[in-house]
Write a protein that binds this ligand. Structure first.
Ligand code: AMP
Ligand code: ZN
Length: 461
């Protein structure tokens, strides 16, 4: 497998540190509001990458942090007049619900910043002891001049560093490269923790990811992901903190997802050009349509959000679901067809080679849809084992793309069959009111009944 590594600026062959195992860290949400679907583009791309490694047989240990203390969360708690914990609890719950709705595989651990203040302070101690950090006006700062590799990830040349200038803000632009804050001295109306050495205060944003990644994945791990806006300053600062504290390489591969944009502008809270997942579901779209739209173009290309795009995603999903419906409705003879097995093996190999090549999802989906097209031409030739093989293949593909309806959301097939039986009996007894009520109940769950000469069949709308 090979993919683009922001650290080396090129496509690198992947070699894991521990055979068969991958340590993966992804920067999670700042829980001051609902995540928007731009955030979810990054999370879904991370999910695609993780799912592909799982499909390839790797054991993935995935850590996603939750930023529940920073300038934005504090501002929101002051605006709402409730404690920080109450605010963040609302949005952590909403985030985890959205993760489930979008069929994102849960991380192994979602560590919260406020529960790791001691780990952060220990890391700050190390940086102080080794001379990489200094105190000023009750705060602690990292001295970027002390780390010769500072700027390597974001390609910043050393003459652009404003060494010795310190800032408290967690986010700033590339043309303002300064010493950054590790521990912020206590301010009015801000929550604080006590530190014996640095006094009362709270951590900066960047230190949480260095402290929590090393706690759960070790000082040196395989892959770190996030959106491109995380490259600078956040990830650059994580590298500085971690490598200066441990003296060893922090992460081998950095993967960054390009932005979801609206009219060429990053979808963001501050520009106001955003939709939350809930906004789009309220307009009648299905979560799988959103997921499909967000994975279906290459992660290193900007993706322009449009409702037209969602309608195209709907069409693509319909093709897959109709195909499965058709396969399930065939009445094949026993046996297996060599030509079908060959087509299936070739398609899967092609799907893999595309995904192995920097997660070329457009190519991989193209192979999948071409496969559907080819099989649709040969439906009458299919034998029983062919259909089973094809359905298994679709399941394997879906273990990577995760866009087919989730079983647990649906009624069990047996429950649906039972309802259909009840409806047939009601019709026989000329109890049309009950028969219609059963049909409507199934319809409300997205299940469509189709009367055929062989009896009633059903499918999801
Ligand atoms: P934040 O809550 O702002 O820290 O962002 C959480 C994650 O979403 C980070 O990995 C960001 O890089 C990512 N992100 C924010 N906006 C977008 C966007 N418009 N498109 C893709 N990813 C984004
Ligand atoms: Zn982070």
């Amino acid at each position: 497998m090979k993919f683009y590594n922001t650290l080396t600026n090129k496509v690198d062959e992947f070699h894991e540190i521990d055979k068969g195992k991958i340590g993966l860290y992804t920067c999670g949400p700042t829980v001051y509001d609902y995540a928007h679907i731009g955030n979810f583009r990054s999370y879904i791309v991370e999910d695609l990458v993780k799912r592909y490694f799982l499909y390839r047989g790797y054991n993935v240990n995935h850590v996603m942090n939750i930023t529940d203390i920073d300038d934005k969360t504090i501002r929101k708690s002051n605006q709402m007049g409730v404690s920080l914990n109450e605010v963040t609890a609302i949005y952590i719950k909403a985030f985890l619900e959205d993760v489930e709705t979008l069929n994102i595989v849960k991380a192994d651990v979602y560590p919260r910043a406020t529960e790791h203040i001691n780990e952060m302070l220990t890391l700050i101690d190390k940086l102080m002891e080794k001379g990489f950090a200094y105190t000023k006006d009750n705060s602690v700062y990292f001295s970027i001049a002390k780390f010769p590799e500072y700027g390597k990830l974001a390609n910043i040349s050393r003459e652009n560093l404003k060494t010795g200038v310190s800032v408290d803000s967690d986010e700033y632009e590339k043309d303002d490269v300064t010493d950054f804050v590790l521990w912020k001295g206590k301010k009015e109306e801000e929550p604080f923790w006590s530190s014996e050495k640095y006094g009362e205060g709270r951590p900066g944003w960047h230190i949480e990811c260095s402290a929590m990644s090393s706690k759960y994945l070790g000082d040196h791990f395989d892959i770190h992901m996030g959106g491109v806006d995380n490259i600078f300053p956040h990830h650059e600062n994580e590298i500085a903190q971690s490598q200066c504290a441990t003296g060893e390489q922090f992460v081998n591969y950095w993967i960054h997802c390009q932005h979801l944009v609206v009219d060429n502008q990053k979808m963001s809270k501050s520009l106001g050009n955003f939709y939350t997942l809930r906004d789009i579901l309220d307009k009648g779209f299905d979560p799988m349509e959103i997921r499909y739209l967000l994975i279906s173009s290459h992660y290193r290309k900007m993706l322009n959000f449009s409702f037209d795009g969602l309608l195209q995603a709907r069409q693509a999903l319909k093709r897959i679901n109709d195909f499965i419906f058709t396969l399930n409705g065939l009445n094949p003879a026993e046996g297996e067809t060599v030509a079908i097995t060959t087509l299936l093996n070739e398609s899967e190999a092609h799907f893999q080679s595309d995904m192995d090549d920097d997660f070329n999802i457009s190519g991989a989906l193209g192979v999948f849809f071409d496969f559907i097209y080819q099989i649709n031409l040969k439906l009458q030739e299919l034998k029983k084992q062919d259909i089973k093989n094809i359905l298994d293949f679709i399941n394997r593909i879906d273990s990577v793309i995760g866009v087919l309806k989730q079983k647990e959301e649906k009624m069990l097939d047996a429950e649906i069959e039972e309802k259909i039986k009840q409806r047939q009996e009601a019709r026989k007894e000329k109890n049309f009111k009950l028969a219609d009520a059963i049909r409507d109940e199934l319809k409300s769950k997205g299940i469509l009944l189709i009367d055929t000469p062989d009896g009633v069949r059903w499918k999801y709308e």
